[in-house]
Design a protein around this ligand. Structure first.
Ligand code: GRF
Length: 205
């Protein structure tokens, strides 16, 4: 199996990044070669540094506009030979300037069962709607918000859920399993698109 050079974009705490560091980095040919973010103080960046992974900070104010920032970040990743970009709590929309450099090579983890509850505060949206089943989606990233083809989903029944942070605590272990699993599947070439319906991601054994 050939190796996969991975990058993570993160803005926050970085527990998903940590799960990648702990369970896929340096195994099965997957190498996390770079972590980039928009928040210089993000704990996620410290986790990367602690693991000896190169860190790049791309703050909005340091570039002419969003496109220029995204183009610089894409260039920095491309120079490091990155083949798959994982959004793990990256809180900004990626522009075409970035996505065109990594076609079908950017994935995201979202704390809801898409296509329900896209965007910010997904768990609170689900609570407000009154759903009884919550979950996590790993999906490809396209130009819209949380709208790309679904790779993996996992659900959990929480009929009495009332508080978003408590639900998030129950969803985190699912995220920490599902995101590394998607990376492993992509690394071994097991993820493709159905030719008849490219929205449909096919996972082979
Ligand atoms: C996760 O809940 C993920 O679903 C969402 O942002 C959060 C990031 O958490 N996109 P962490 O920074 O990985 O702990």
């Amino acid at each position: 199996m050939s190796g996969l050079r991975l990058a993570v974009l993160a803005s926050g705490t970085g527990t998903n990044l940590q799960a990648i560091l702990d369970s896929v980095h340096g195994r099965e040919g997957v190498e996390l070669v770079a972590v980039a973010g928009d928040e210089p103080e993000a704990p996620a960046l410290d986790r990367a540094r602690a693991a000896g992974v190169e860190v790049g900070v791309f703050e909005e104010g340091a570039h002419a506009d969003r496109n220029a920032r995204d183009a610089a970040m894409a260039q920095w990743l491309a120079e490091r030979g990155v083949e798959l970009v994982v959004l793990a709590g990256y809180m900004r929309l990626l522009s075409e300037a970035f996505l065109s450099r990594f076609p079908n090579r950017v994935i995201n983890v979202h704390p809801a069962l898409l296509p329900a509850f896209r965007g910010l505060d997904a768990i609170q949206q689900a609570l407000d709607y009154g759903v009884k089943v919550f979950g996590v989606t790993v999906h490809f990233v396209d130009q819209s918000v949380d709208s790309g083809p679904v790779i993996l989903q996992r659900a959990i029944e929480l009929p009495d859920a009332a508080e978003a942070e408590a639900v998030h605590d129950l969803l985190r272990p699912l995220e920490h399993e599902l995101l590394p699993e998607a990376i492993r599947l992509i690394a071994r070439g097991a993820v493709s698109f159905d030719e008849a319906n490219p929205r449909r991601v096919v996972i082979s054994d």
